[in-house]
Write a protein that binds this ligand. Structure first.
Ligand code: PLP
Length: 386
């Protein structure tokens, strides 16, 4: 592929595969291609690799290997957690609680249960920084609440919810707790036990692993009704032949994650980016929690700009950013995350998410600060004409 002189600032959409990860995966795409369910030597080899990867992820999450179920993505992991746990508990109650800024993989699964399976769903709002207020969440609980799902870090703003504060309170009430940790895994240390969560979702391509690989932590003994049927894989919790190479790659990527060290570096860089932009461009506003956030994400609204044109002009200047969630490309709907935070629709449409990662350097950030004022001025001028 042709190499492009592009500054990639869209790591929340996806990350590149690390060379070490590709190297770890290669044998399982070539000579060790067996099906882990086969009894012969080829199968046993593949099974051993899947088991070893499960142990690695369990160790990192401070969980037990049998508590990890491999899935095809973060979306499938969120779906299995919500549909599976709610269906398995439906006899005990039919009330579910989630947050207004969740990813659609959570919100749509909740909506589906509400529309088609007789569940009631309460959606708890957030403050102007995108953080849920624990008191408000606890006030939404009812005697028949069986499950709460709340993400750890938001994909559009980077804002962190106080998961560790909420978990023990739900545990005390016997309510299941799922967290979508897709954006925080690899950045923020996560302990399933310390957070008091029963279900936790991750996705490999957000932490320099392959696309199409995810996992769900399911606390030992917790019944979860499968959403994929047709086999006894993953301890009867997720049918389908395991993607061995991707699973091996996900475990390798988790082992190589840089956690807080890199998170702190990127925190400084996003601060620098914000200060640089704010010092040079009038009429801009930062969205999200300034302190309680993953370090790599900066969400900025540019008054008087059309967001889509801004992204295109940034791209033409070699800067790859995003308007928010990748799933919204082609849609003119303003982000539901920003709407929940009270950002007016007009401003939400004029928003860019910069998400930084391993290859982001001081000089790249300086280049963005240098180029952005002229790009924004051009887009503003053009937006006024149309
Ligand atoms: N949850 C969050 C918070 C995400 O950011 C994403 C992806 O953008 C997902 C879930 C879905 O993950 P995947 O792309 O692996 O399906």
């Amino acid at each position: 592929m042709r190499s492009m002189p592009t500054i990639y600032l869209d790591y929340n959409a996806t990350t590149p595969l690390l060379a070490e990860v590709r190297e770890a995966m290669r044998p399982f795409e070539e000579e060790h291609f067996g099906n882990p369910s086969s009894v012969h030597a080829f199968g046993r080899e593949a099974r051993a690799a899947v088991d070893e990867s499960r142990e690695t992820l369990a160790r990192i999450l401070e969980a037990k290997p049998h508590e990890i179920v491999f899935t095809s993505s973060g979306t499938e992991s969120d779906n299995l957690a919500i549909l599976g746990a709610a269906r398995a508990r439906a006899e005990k109650g039919r009330h579910l609680v989630t947050g207004a800024t969740e990813h659609h993989a959570v919100l749509h699964a909740m909506e589906y249960l509400g529309k088609h399976e007789g569940f009631e769903v309460s959606v708890v709002g957030v403050d102007e920084t995108g953080r849920v207020r624990p008191a408000e969440l606890f006030a939404a609980l009812r005697p028949n609440t069986i499950l709460v799902s709340l993400m750890s870090a938001n994909n559009e703003t980077g804002t962190l919810h106080p998961i560790g504060e909420i978990g023990p309170g739900l545990r005390k009430r016997g309510i299941l707790f799922h967290t979508d940790a897709v954006q925080s895994f690899g950045k923020q240390r996560i302990s399933a036990a310390a957070w008091g969560v029963d279900l936790l979702s991750i996705s490999a391509h957000k932490f320099y692993g392959p696309k199409g690989a995810g996992a769900l932590f399911i606390r030992a003994g917790l019944p979860v009704t499968p959403t994929m049927l047709g086999g006894f894989h993953e301890n009867q919790r997720r049918a389908g032949t395991e993607n061995v190479a991707a699973i091996v790659g996900m475990a390798k990527a988790a082992e190589l994650a840089l956690w807080e060290t890199e998170d702190r570096r990127l925190f400084q860089l996003t601060e620098k980016l914000w200060e640089g932009l704010n010092g040079k461009i009038p009429g801009i506003r930062r969205n999200g929690n300034v302190r309680e956030r993953i370090g790599n994400t900066l969400n900025v609204s540019f008054e008087g700009c059309d967001g889509e044109s801004l992204l295109i002009h940034l791209d033409l200047e070699g800067i790859a950013a995003s308007s928010g969630s990748a799933c919204m490309v082609g849609s003119i709907q303003p982000s539901h995350v920003l709407a929940a935070m009270g950002v007016p629709a007009e401003l939400a449409r004029a928003t860019v998410r910069f998400s930084l990662g391993r290859a982001t350097s001081e000089s790249q950030i300086a280049a963005v600060i240098d180029k952005a004022p002229a790009i924004v001025a051009r887009v503003r001028e053009h937006s006024q004409k149309v």
